[in-house]
Every structure is written in structure tokens, then in C-alpha cells.
Design a protein around this ligand. Structure first.
Ligand code: UTP
Length: 288
């Protein structure tokens, strides 16, 4: 199984300024949970027991969130507020370890993943970018990828169809033998021009990677912006190790930009156990 998941969360989140000046973007809540907690719950439901957060200087709130909140818990316990105590204590199950490592310079997503190398003990590990929120309570996206890895032994990159005119915003895969939900990767390119794009299947923030990726990342050159791209390392990996693209089931929101974040808030708001119905009623009223 896949026991280790890496969360690269060292990015600056400039698209959310001023909200992200002092608060990491991964701590922005969709309804009542920070983005990072959706990501952690997805990892845990895929079987992860070691969570590795690659953080930066302004990200202490993330470590605090998954730590014991001693004063808060003592206060809630003394007032017999057991429901709230349970919520505060259950952000991460007791059998799950949280490890933290700093990426001291923003040298790209590939470099952030490489920072986790000393902590990854297994030959295969998962990666979740918390900005990409994937809603599928029945079958969380990373568990779908892990299952595909279990059946095939391949490394797995999650993909989703995008409008052809939007391919230049994403990593795009070349997987001509697609059948059902998956296809063997023959190539992968970062932000292609629409006329050069090998497909309209864009990479989304979920990966299951062979630990061979680390030595490849160590030898991957930075791009013209000075960043080491995971896309370039995967393009090397697939030459001698099977990598599959997997079209997951679920609704994806790019919460790294404002529009995607608002769409996630409205969609998850209308499904929320406590406020969903009242929120949906209110939305219906304001639409008329
Ligand atoms: P983004 O491209 O969204 O960049 O990174 P960002 O800095 O987080 O946000 P903006 O564009 O300034 O608003 C994609 C993912 O890769 C991580 C980010 O934390 C995010 O999860 N990342 C990116 C790193 O951990 N380190 C890096 O050097 C770059």
C-alpha cells in the first residue's frame, strides 16, 4: 500500500494577496475546514500513515493546526463541550504521523518534492497539492490513484479534460492508448501552446510516484524561471519506468485562484450537513 503522502505547501500564494500575507493559503477555509485539512483527510482515507509537509517560512499555522491545541482543549473539556472537543482533536487520527521540512527557497514544485526525500522510507509515495480540491466523498481521488497503482505497479498522474484553448495553463499529457480511465504516458509537457498540445488532458494535483523520482529530480535542470518542474522529472521517469495518466472521478476545484475557490465554497456549502439546505434555499432566492 501507499503509506506516505507529501504535501508541497511552500508556495507564496500571491494570487490571494492580501489574504495570504500572514496566513498560508492552505489555511483558507472552504466553509469550515482549511484546504489543507481536505487534503489530509483524502490522504488518510487512501491509507496514508506518514504525512510530510514541505513548508516555508510563513507556514507555521499548518503545523499548529495538526498539533494538540492544549489551551483550547483544556478549556473545552472543563466546560464539557465534548462535541467541539471531538472536532478539535480529530483533525488527524492518532496513528498518523505529521513530519515537517522546510523548502528554504521557492525553487519550484519539483524541488519542493525533492525536499521530502530524507523522510520518504517507501519505494512509492503519494503527492497532494491542497490547492486542487477534489470533491468525491464516496471515492477520494488519491485512493483511486493508489488503487490503479496497486493493480498495475505504475506511477500515476491524475488528469482531467480541459478546454483546448486552456491547455497552456497546465502540464499536459501524451497518452494515446487511453482506455476507460487510464492510459500509459508517452510524454508530458508543461504549459504547451494549444497548437502543440499532445491532448487536452491536464495534470491535476495528485500523483503516485516511484521513489526513483528523487534521483531524477536531483539531476533535473531548472527552467527559464529558475524552477525545477516535476513535469520535467516525470518526462524522464517515463523513459524507464511505467507511468500512467488516470482520469479520476470527482469534481475538481482549483482553489489557488479566486474563481475556483468561490466555486468550491458554493458547491461544498450547498452540500454541508449543517448549513447546506439553508444555503441552497438562500441561493435560490437571490438568483430571482
Ligand atoms: P503554485 O503554482 O500555485 O504557486 O504552486 P504558489 O506560489 O503556491 O501560488 P501563487 O501562484 O503565488 O498564487 C503549486 C503548488 O506547488 C507548491 C505550492 O505550495 C502549491 O501547492 N510549491 C510551488 C512549492 O511548495 N514550492 C515551490 O517552490 C513552488
Amino acid at each position: 500500500g501507499m503509506k506516505t503522502v507529501v504535501f508541497p505547501v511552500a508556495g507564496l500564494g500571491t494570487r490571494f494577496l492580501p489574504a495570504t500575507k500572514a496566513v498560508p493559503k492552505e489555511m483558507l477555509p472552504v466553509v469550515d475546514k482549511p484546504l489543507i485539512q481536505y487534503a489530509v483527510e483524502e490522504a488518510v482515507s487512501a491509507g496514508a500513515e506518514t504525512l510530510i509537509f514541505v513548508t516555508g517560512r510563513t507556514k507555521n499555522a499548518i503545523a499548529d493546526h495538526f498539533d494538540t491545541a492544549y489551551e483550547l482543549e483544556t478549556e473545552l473539556a472543563s466546560k464539557n463541550k465534548n462535541d467541539l472537543l471531538e472536532i478539535a482533536q480529530s483533525v488527524v487520527p492518532k496513528n498518523v504521523s505529521c513530519l515537517y521540512v522546510r523548502q528554504s527557497q521557492p525553487l519550484g514544485l519539483g524541488h519542493a518534492i525533492l525536499c521530502a526525500k530524507p523522510m520518504v522510507q517507501e519505494s512509492v509515495f503519494g503527492v497532494i497539492l491542497p490547492d486542487d480540491l477534489i470533491y468525491n466523498p464516496q471515492s477520494p481521488a488519491l485512493a483511486q490513484l493508489a488503487q490503479h497503482h496497486g493493480q498495475t505497479g505504475s506511477s500515476v498522474v491524475s488528469v482531467s479534460e480541459v478546454r483546448p484553448e486552456h491547455v497552456s495553463r497546465y502540464g499536459v499529457v501524451d497518452a494515446p492508448s487511453f482506455e476507460g480511465r487510464s492510459g500509459r504516458l508517452q510524454g508530458i509537457v508543461e504549459k504547451p501552446n494549444p497548437e502543440d498540445a499532445p491532448s487536452n488532458l491536464a495534470v491535476v494535483g495528485r500523483y503516485v510516484l516511484s521513489s526513483e523520482i528523487f534521483s531524477i529530480l536531483e539531476n533535473t535542470e531548472a527552467d527559464h524561471r529558475g524552477e525545477i518542474q516535476i513535469t520535467d522529472a516525470i518526462a524522464t521517469l517515463l523513459k524507464h519506468h511505467p507511468v500512467d495518466a488516470y482520469r479520476f472521478e470527482g469534481q475538481q476545484f482549483d482553489c489557488g485562484n479566486k474563481l475556483g475557490f468561490l466555486q468550491a465554497t458554493v458547491t461544498l456549502g450547498t452540500k454541508h450537513a449543517e448549513v447546506g439546505e439553508a444555503f441552497a434555499d438562500w441561493l435560490n432566492q437571490i438568483e430571482h
